[in-house]
Write a protein that binds this ligand. Structure first.
Ligand SMILES: Cc1ncc(COP(=O)(O)O)c(C=O)c1O
Length: 465
């Protein structure tokens, strides 16, 4: 199977992905582009998302992302190529297509070498790769029982579980950096992170791993990831893994500037790919490490990128559309950078509008927001647990057709009454803005919450599912 992959046939039907590499207007390659495609119109944008269920105020791009219909069509073409002639697809098209996608991603993230970029299903899989690698270091005696790992308190739930499953069970001592929320400055985050490193180093422990989010999920805040990676280097942390599930298409992503050992981002959240696809960047100096895909197949031992490009028979089409997504984003003024800037500006404007209408506050200053903003909900809604946030979210879906996740913030001791003459906010809505959104959808959320407040609603009135 290995050798046959080298006989890539130059067949005529590979134009779709061949052309796109030259047309790669992204952060680090935009100067190359000469011929700009015509800009997309508003009605074409509507068309691209006409498969979205009508009537739903879908202001939650952050959870599942979105995929335009032209990319769904391209994905279908890839699926049909496989179904039409699987042998030709396998021997002549798949490997070549995946290398093209990896090359596009390498340029997009300013990696040194395409070998540093592997394509996997999602950020969860990427975390498993990195954390299993760390676990093997414990099990095989390179790390000692009690060596430390540091992660953020607001790390994503599945990543926390993975750290527990792989690192704690292998003997690692895990410390959480307590992040302030609401947060007013990067310095507050940096100070808490330093405290966690100090705690981890107490008793002479070595810190083997730091797991740092680039954008936390809930509550959503941009983390000063470059500063935290630099501090890890100064403090002698062995390996730094950045969980940046939300990053590509949402914030600037530059591997040379960030300097982490491992960095993963989904492309199905903010980069218009169909589910599911993520990249895992492994810095060149780590490439000889014992890194493996959790699903072992024929390519075991041939390097992570190659292992990941064949993990058994399955649908690889979402991994093959990346060059077409570059063409799609280049139909927007400023390409992906223009998209994310406009999304950011719009979501901040909508967040400020909602906070003003409800007499609350944003969870962080605008410069710490990506295309997602945390907006305080009126305290009279009586949000007093995680269960309440789920009940309210379901109520908004079922009764107002609004899709928005809600974060519960437990009041600190003595804080549950008045604070600076403002009653304490215990619930924050996480609103997202993506190119398909309309301002009306945020006004609908404003009005729905105002109606609940006027009606004297509280979460206690709702039964759990
Ligand atoms: C910060 C963070 N990490 C990891 C993940 C997991 O992503 P996936 O479910 O695509 O693996 C998410 C998903 O929302 C996330 O927000």
């Amino acid at each position: 199977m290995d050798s046959t992959h080298e006989h890539v046939k130059e067949n005529g039907d590979s134009t779709n992905h061949d052309n796109n590499n030259n047309n790669n207007n992204n952060n680090h390659a935009s100067k190359k582009q000469k011929l700009s495609p015509p800009l997309i119109t508003d009605s074409e944008i509507q068309q691209e998302f006409s498969h979205h269920q009508p009537g739903i105020a879908r202001i939650n791009n952050g959870s599942f992302g979105c995929c335009p219909s032209s990319i769904i069509s391209t994905q279908r073409e890839w699926q049909l190529r496989y179904l039409r002639q699987p042998d030709d697809f396998y021997f002549n098209q798949l490997r070549k297509g995946i290398i093209e996608s990896r090359t596009v991603i390498k340029d997009l993230i300013n990696a040194e070498d395409v070998e540093e970029v592997s394509i996997v299903d999602n950020a969860t899989t990427a975390a498993a790769i990195v954390l299993q690698h760390i676990a093997r270091s414990f099990v095989e005696g390179r790390y000692q029982e009690g060596d430390a790992a540091v992660m953020l308190h607001y790390a994503y739930g599945s990543v926390k579980k993975s750290i527990q499953a792989y690192v704690s069970r292998a003997g690692g001592y895990v410390i959480e950096a307590q992040l302030p929320f609401p947060v007013t400055s990067n310095e507050d985050i940096i100070a808490e992170f330093r405290k966690a490193l100090e705690k981890a180093k107490s008793n002479g422990r070595k810190i083997r791993l730091a797991v740092i989010d680039h954008i936390t999920s809930m509550p959503s805040v941009i983390i000063p990831v470059k500063d935290l990676v630099r501090i890890c280097r100064e403090e002698g942390v062995d390996q730094v893994f950045v969980d940046a599930a939300h990053a590509i298409g949402n914030v600037d992503v530059n591997m040379k500037e960030i300097g982490a050992d491992f960095y993963t981002s989904n492309l199905h959240k903010w980069f218009f790919c169909p589910p599911s696809i993520a990249f895992l960047y492994c810095r060149r100096s780590n490439m000889q490490s014992d890194l493996h895909h959790p699903v072992v197949s024929h390519e075991y031992g041939n390097g992570l990128a190659i292992e990941s490009s064949w993990i058994g028979t399955r649908d690889y089409s979402s991994q093959l559309v990346v060059p077409s997504v570059i063409e799609f984003v280049n139909r927007f003024e400023g390409g992906i950078e223009g998209i994310r800037k406009r999304n950011h500006d719009a979501v901040v404007e909508m967040g400020e509008m909602l906070a003003k209408a409800w007499g609350t506050n944003l969870g962080s200053p605008p410069e710490m927001c990506s295309s997602m903003v945390m907006v305080g909900l009126p305290s009279c809604l009586g949000i007093s647990s995680e269960v309440d946030t789920m009940k309210l979210r379901t109520h908004l879906r079922d009764n107002f057709r609004i899709e928005v996740p809600i974060h519960y913030l437990a009041p600190k001791d003595g804080e549950n009454k008045a604070r600076d003459n403002v009653t304490c906010v215990t619930g924050y809505a996480r609103i997202s803005y993506q190119i398909y959104n309309k301002v009306d959808e945020y006004y609908r959320l404003r009005d729905a919450i105002n109606l609940l407040v006027e009606d004297g609603f509280t979460c206690r009135m709702l039964v759990s599912n």
